[in-house]
Structures are given as C-alpha cells and as structure tokens.
Ligand binder design. Structure first.
Ligand code: HEM
Length: 503
C-alpha cells in the first residue's frame, strides 16, 4: 500500500514538474536569460538561500550581467554591473519599492497594510516622519545617545573593569547597543523597570530576530516555535498606554505616536506593530555592524592605534574630562571629522553588508540600461541589485576579502572614486540601500557606531582572546542587511590604566 502511495506521489511530482518546466514561463525574444531550475515555484530559492553571493557570481559568469531567476514564485531580474545601477535607481515611474515595503513588513511586524483607502495619506506621513532622523533632530538624538551610552557603560561596565574581564563580543555589542538605542528612541522605562524591562525586551527581540529570515521567506509565524509569543510580548511593551509612561521619548517616536492617534482605523496593537518595525530597523542591522566594526579594529593593531589617535585629536575635550559624565559634548562637525573611524566603519560594512535592493515593475516596459542596451521587463517582475557582489569585486576593491581600515581615505579626505571597466562608479558601497528605499536612519546609525567606538576605545583596553576562531559572516540572512557573525568571539577588556592616553 505504502509503495503504491509513494509511487503515485512521485509520479504526480514528476508530472507537475515537467508541466511547469515546459509550460511555465518561457523566455521571450530580447528578455534576459531565464533560470528556472527544476522545482516548480521554488525555482532556485534553495541555492540562492545557501549562499546568494556565490550563486549570483556564478550565474553572472555564465549568463552575463543581467539575468532572471525564479525564486520562490517570483521572477527576479538581477542587474550585476554597478555601471548600470543608476539606470535602475532612477527608473521611478516604472519601478517601485513600495509594493515590497507595503507587503512584507505588515506580515512580519503584524500591522495592516498602509497603502489602502482605510489610511489616507498615512504612507506619506510615515515617509515625512523620517525627517526627524536628520538635521537638528539628529543632533538631539545623538546627544541623548551619548548620555545613554555613558549611562549603560558606567552602570554595567566602567565601575567593574579595573582588572581584565572577559565577555563575548557579539553579546556585549547586543546588550549595549540594544539598550542604548532603545532608550534613545523610546525613552527610559518608568523607575524600577529599566534594567529588567529592557533586558526582557532584548531577549524577546533576539528570539524574534533569529526567525526573521524564515518570516521574510514567507513561513507562517505559527510554524516558528516561540517567535509568535516573542512578537506578542514585544508588541505589548510598545502599546500606546505603555509607551506613554516612558521618560523622554525622542521627537521621532513622539511624532509617530501622535500621527497614529489620528487614524481611528488603527487599533492599539497595529500602532504597536509600527513601533516594533522601527525598533527592529533601528537595532537589527546596527548591532552586527557595531560588532564587525569593533572586531576588526580590535584585531588590527595598526587600525586601532590610528583610530584611537584620531579620537583623541578630534574629540579633544571629551578626553580631558576625567569623569565619564562630563564627557563628549556632541557636535556633528566632530563626528564628520572622524575620517579614519568613518572609513574603518565603512570598510566593516563593505565586508558584512548583504542587503538586496528591490524594485517591482509596475507595467510591461523596456528598461533602458545604457546607451543601446535595454531589456524588456514584465509587470510584477522584481528588479534586484545585490551590492555585496560589487563590495567583493576585485576590480573595484583591490584584495576585497582583506580588511583595510583606511580604504575610504585619500589625500586626507573621504575617498569617493572607485572604478569598474574604466568608468567612475556612482554607487560603490551600499550598505544602506539606494534611491527611494535608502535607509532614513543611516546618519543616526553612523553617529551611533562612531560614539560607541569612541567611548570604548577611550575607556578600555580591548583584546580578542588568543585561542578564538576567526568569525565569518553567516550567509543565512543574505539579502536582509548586515550579516551576523557565524560564531561569537571571547574578548577581554579593562579600564585603560592611563585613561586618556590613546597610544
Ligand atoms: C548599520 C545600521 C543600518 C543599516 C546597515 C541599515 C540598512 C538599511 C537598508 C539597506 C534599508 C533599505 C531596505 C530595503 O531596501 O528594503 C533600510 C531601511 C530602513 N532603515 Fe535602516 N539601517 C541601519 C540602521 C538604521 C537605524 C539606526 C534606523 C533608525 C530608526 C533605521 C531605520 C530604517 C527605516 C525606518 C527603514 C525603512 C525605510 C522605508 O521603508 O522607506 N535604520 N535600512
């Protein structure tokens, strides 16, 4: 009986596979090469998910710079040559980012789709709320961030570290960055709740975050163990009545909370879902980015010495204050003056960023890629840029696997000239995405990482323990942002004996 059933099942799968293969989508004249794989619907999803960078590079070598791949029911046209990127990024009318952003985050963070007549103009208002992450508001946020960084370091680390103490580097970054970012954006929870409250929140966040690639792949949350309850608890923290009791929320969050109140069709749980999406956006990438930046600095003595010296030179007054709370008076000018640190962070981002830039075709149209080079695109198809392939291109970045902290410095200024096929590139390092979907929190993220590194390098001696394996980027969340390390590393730290001598 079982044998007959197995045979029948196998037969059905074979028939379905052949039908899909022969009668599914066929490449039309002029369209890019089409790679469908043998498994209907799934297409090449498994190979792509295993190591997207390697998969795409191999197909580029075989098919050229533009090709279409079936991935989990979607036809995705990858454009691999960065010289062609501007033509995708500027194709506003035919290609939109919003179709993706209005479908995936609502399912993951659990709120209703925004672009519907139920919520008139909400999407525009949300886009405008990102102005609170720039200019004067950015300075206010960054000032609060310095205070919170000092508070967390002082309470949990500074007082205890006159002797060497050991910890795990990624966990350390996670604890510090989560708490600091959270308090900077949402304020401090009411007295008595701070430590336990935010720790619980972080633990739920870590549990949810671990399942993120599966959620993005469309696996229902009910199949993902404790992820659903983690999301429920996180959202409970972020309900409007809870948020209202926290002390000193940022203007950004206040503005959004007031905005949501104007939409009666939004339930409190929906508002919490929106806050949760921002919480994830603000820490999901910043934590691994801070890890890589710190790890690379600590394991490259030449870089560490140069960046420490720069911190001392540029943030002078900060080092003269003997007490941490008299520390750094924030100024954007000083942040921008940290040229080598900025380059070291960008270099770490280059090595660890694997976000995918997605646009969806609104209609059938001919995509003009360059003079005399165009490809027809079908409505609903996805056009994808995968910047990791340019970040690791030896023609653009010499010895691309190597960490060179000063790669983005030239003649005492930020280096912005990189070439491919003899042409100067407009886009060469894209950890924050591009065009209409470019990260609105990028200035805050850069300030946050600079402040984090400046304080750590100033107050602590830091060393990775000798027997530790070198961490590599874990490819499992390729396409989603900064890759996590595939293993954590133990390190030790202690207060610098002469706190303010950087060398
Ligand atoms: C190193 C840290 C960060 C990296 C690498 C990063 C990267 C990105 C990328 C690549 C996108 C575009 C996603 C896409 O094209 O689908 C994005 C979107 C976004 N990021 Fe960031 N981000 C970082 C930190 C932050 C921070 C600190 C915030 C603060 C609130 C933030 C807020 C956002 C928001 C709200 C969006 C969605 C924008 C929209 O839908 O229009 N990010 N980020």
């Amino acid at each position: 009986m079982l044998a007959i059933f197995t045979w029948l099942l196998g037969f059905c799968v074979a028939v379905f596979t052949s039908l899909t293969y022969f009668y599914g989508r066929r490449r039309k004249e002029g369209e890019p090469p089409l790679i469908k794989g043998w498994i209907p619907y799934v297409g090449k999803a498994l190979q792509f998910g295993r190591d997207a960078h390697r998969f795409l590079t191999a197909h580029r070598d075989r098919h050229g710079d533009v090709f279409t791949v079936l991935i989990a029911g979607k036809y995705m046209t990858f454009v691999m040559d960065p010289v062609l990127y501007p033509s995708i990024i500027k194709h506003g009318k035919h290609l939109t980012f919003h179709e993706f952003s209005d479908t995936v985050p609502p399912v993951i963070f659990d709120f209703p789709r925004v672009r519907t007549p139920r919520f008139p103009e909400l999407s525009n208002h949300i886009q405008k709320s990102y102005n609170f992450l720039k200019g004067e508001n950015l300075s206010l946020l960054s000032e609060t961030m310095v205070r919170n960084l000092l508070l967390v370091l002082r309470q949990d680390y500074l007082g205890l570290a006159s002797e060497w103490r050991t910890d795990e580097l990624h966990r350390f970054c996670c604890r510090v960055m989560f708490e600091v970012t959270f308090m900077t954006l949402y304020g401090k929870p009411p007295e008595g709740m701070r430590h336990g409250g935010i720790r619980t929140l972080r633990e739920q966040f870590e549990s949810f975050d671990a399942a993120l690639p599966m959620l993005v792949a469309g696996i229902p949350i009910s199949f993902l163990g404790s992820t659903k309850s983690a999301r429920k608890e996180l959202k409970a923290f972020l309900m409007p009545h809870n948020l209202a009791s926290w002390v000193g929320p940022s203007r950004f969050i206040q503005h959004r909370a007031e905005l949501f109140e104007q939409y009666h069709a939004l339930e409190d749980a929906d508002k919490a879902g929106h806050h949760f999406a921002i919480l994830w956006a603000s820490v999901g990438n910043t934590i691994p980015a801070a890890f890589w930046a710190l790890y690379h600095l600590v394991t490259h003595p030449e870089a560490l010495t140069a960046v420490r010296a720069e911190v001392r030179r540029v943030l002078g007054p900060f080092q003269q204050g003997a007490e941490p709370d008299q520390a750094l008076a924030f100024s954007q000018e000083k942040m921008d003056g940290l040229l080598y640190m900025g380059s070291a962070i960008r270099e770490s981002l280059r090595l660890s960023a694997a976000s995918m830039n997605i646009r969806v075709a609104q209609d059938d149209f001919v995509l003009q890629l360059a003079q005399g080079y165009s490809v027809p695109v079908r409505r609903g198809d996805i056009i994808a840029l995968y910047p990791q392939s340019i970040h690791m291109d030896p023609e653009i970045f010499e010895d691309p696997e190597a960490y060179q902290f000063d790669r983005f410095v030239e003649d005492g200024q930020e280096k912005k000239t990189f070439y491919k096929s003899g042409q100067k590139l407009k886009y060469f390092c894209m950890p924050f995405g591009s065009g209409s979907s470019k990260c609105p929190g990028r200035y805050l993220a850069m300030n946050e990482m600079k402040l984090f590194l400046a304080l750590l390098l100033t107050y602590f001696d830091l060393e990775v323990l000798e027997d530790q394996a070198r961490p590599g980027p874990d490819p499992s969340r390729a396409g989603l942002g900064i890759l996590l390390p595939d293993t954590d590393v133990r390190f030790r730290y202690r207060l610098r004996p002469v706190s303010f001598d950087p060398c």
